[in-house]
Ligand binder design. Sequence first.
Ligand code: ADP
Ligand code: MG
Length: 626
Amino acid sequence: MSLADIIQLLPDSVANQIAAGEVVQRPASAVKELLENAVDADSTQIKLIIKDAGKILVQVIDNGKGMSETDARLSFERHATSKLKTADDLFAITTKGFRGEALASIAAIAHVDLKTKRPNDETGTHIAIEGSKITQQEPCSCSTGTSVSVKNLFFNVPARRNFLKSNSVEKGHIVDEFIRVALAHPNIAFYFYDDEVEEYRLEIGTLRQRIIGIFGNNYNERLVPIEETSSIVTIHGFVGKPEFAKKTRGEQFFFINNRFIKSAYLNHAVQSAFEHLLSRESHPSFFIFLTVAPSFVDVNIHPTKTEVKFEDDKSVYAVLRTTIKMALGKNNITPTLDFDQEQSINFDYKPKDGIVKMPQIKVNPNYNPFDSENNKGYHSINRENDFQRNEANKLNWQKLYQNHQNESVENSTIIEIEKTQQEVISTSWQNDSFDSAEKPTIQIHNTYIISPIKSGFMIIYQQHAHERILYERILNNIENQTASSQQLLFPQTFEFNLTDASLLSELLPEIKTLGFDIDEFGKNNFVVNGCPVNISESQIKPILEDIIEQFKNNSGGADLKLSRNQKLALSMAQRISIKAGKYLETSEIKNLIDELFACQMPYATPKGKTTFITYSTEELEKKFKI
Ligand code: ADP
Ligand code: MG
């Protein structure tokens, strides 16, 4: 007896039941699978009906492409899928399902009724299955699409049935799944009935309309649109305005390729984009859609798990963070954005009148290259052409610091904000001089600038801050054709290799808008007669090389996809910014701070590096255990 073989193959029905345990944990899992199948079937209308929190009935009716009789029968076999034909397909998955497990699993542990018809078929197919056994298969008359009813879930697995939670808990899970699928597909109408009561009626519309349809009309004013296209990820969606952040993690949704996911890592990216706008305990809401190449996402993750792995997540993190920061920055400047329209954030600075002028070069006749005054500091660059410092922007910054102090951010209304602004005007640190004894601002290690703010203090990284300032200023000059040029006493010629020369020649019109007076001069040579004001002659060649480099590295990993003008501005800003390690005069420090906070997006360099961080007195008190 002891020598007898003891290994047996499990009967299919048992294997299916075990597998079902993985796929179907509760009624909400069936809801998710059925809704996803309906989406995969190209439906434009999907109806979800539940009874007794899904314990008695989960039914999904769609108007999608339906199934043939054979397919209907096959759909209940394990590993039966129409979505994956070869292993290679695994890396190009665009559908929700692909494992072919869901229907087989559900049919193993419930009474399932399927009715399905393809658009051109006269009759449809009806199949009834109980615990993996087909009890009925017959032609039927039904409308185009598929209806799947799942009754008496876990009827044959009492342990699981007993494990189910109260109706309100189970229904909560169902609603979560419904919302996730509905949010991801505003181009499909969704209807949800619970015990014959209509709970959601979501017509086809925009993402904004879908969010409002689900969460209520008052979301309309809360949403800040985000949008960004880069070589590794495309992002769109909305983040909630900081003043509507909640103490509990509220509506936080990430979708990768329209599939809901959870990611603590990406969550952190969002939270950190809000870092100076929210008190630590409050959480922003967001509805963020990331699109990446399917091969970029790890498909080996379990189908019912929502955690996801994708390649190069560091870059995605950086792009996401910067995109949100930018969107919030824009939003701060114009607190009364018109939210009735779908807004897309425009990273470009367009000329106000919308007319793009021919590049022209303005020559500064007073320029004297030997005048040391002109060569001194960053703040003498092109001062008279500075775009106007945006006072309103500064006020918003003030507001932030104030909000930081009074913790009732959550309840703040627009009226309150206005009031705060009034207070700000009278107490603004911008109006006080920075070098007054009261507000000492110091540079340490010739690199960091420390300055008190209302709620504590901030540390600015001078190089990053200056890069941001220059970038915005140069970009503005390019867009408005206002760059000033200085004539060189002795024109300089430079030779480039063939590739670089042809790239440079193609970029000449744009390079001229930077303030370069530059022309082709024979084969692969260029002559520079003038350059932007306050660029030393020795910087000309490196800047041209930087520009060439910038345009060559198009696929540059984490880089945002920048417009031509943005690239030009970026190359120049990086090259001529004051660097870490440079001593700054008090007046230069003051200018740097002033101009940083007059920027549209003061938080980060164009490449997303932090320009400053803040410490609250609260944090200090904690450290000193006060
Ligand atoms: P998967 O979705 O992973 O392919 P499922 O078990 O969920 O596996 O479904 C099996 C197959 O049944 C699908 O590949 C699809 O061809 C078909 N199917 C399921 N639901 C529907 C539906 N609502 N409309 C049309 N076809 C469907
Ligand atoms: Mg499926």
